[in-house]
Design a protein around this ligand. Structure first.
Ligand SMILES: [Zn+2]
Length: 77
């Protein structure tokens, strides 16, 4: 009689523990995927910032400012 009660409780605890482990695993995976995507987006953004073509003389130059700020190289400003 005691065993019949203990077994379902044991199984439920295992199920809860398994769910917690699965949740934690999912959170770690999501976090890693998010960091990976952020790193890619950051590299693409950095690439866009580095290569800016001057709209006046056509010379490519590096810029750390926003693209909308100016499309002219420092010499043409
Ligand atoms: Zn220029």
């Amino acid at each position: 009689m005691k065993d019949e009660i203990d077994i379902p409780i044991q199984k439920e605890e295992d199920l809860v523990a398994a769910n917690v482990r699965r949740d934690n695993y999912s959170k770690v995976r999501d976090l890693q995927a998010m960091e990976f995507n952020t790193a890619i987006a950051g590299r693409l953004l950095a690439k866009d910032k580095i290569q800016v073509k001057c709209e006046k003389c056509g010379k490519e130059f590096t810029s750390e400012t926003a693209i909308s700020d100016s499309l002219k190289c420092p010499e043409c400003r």
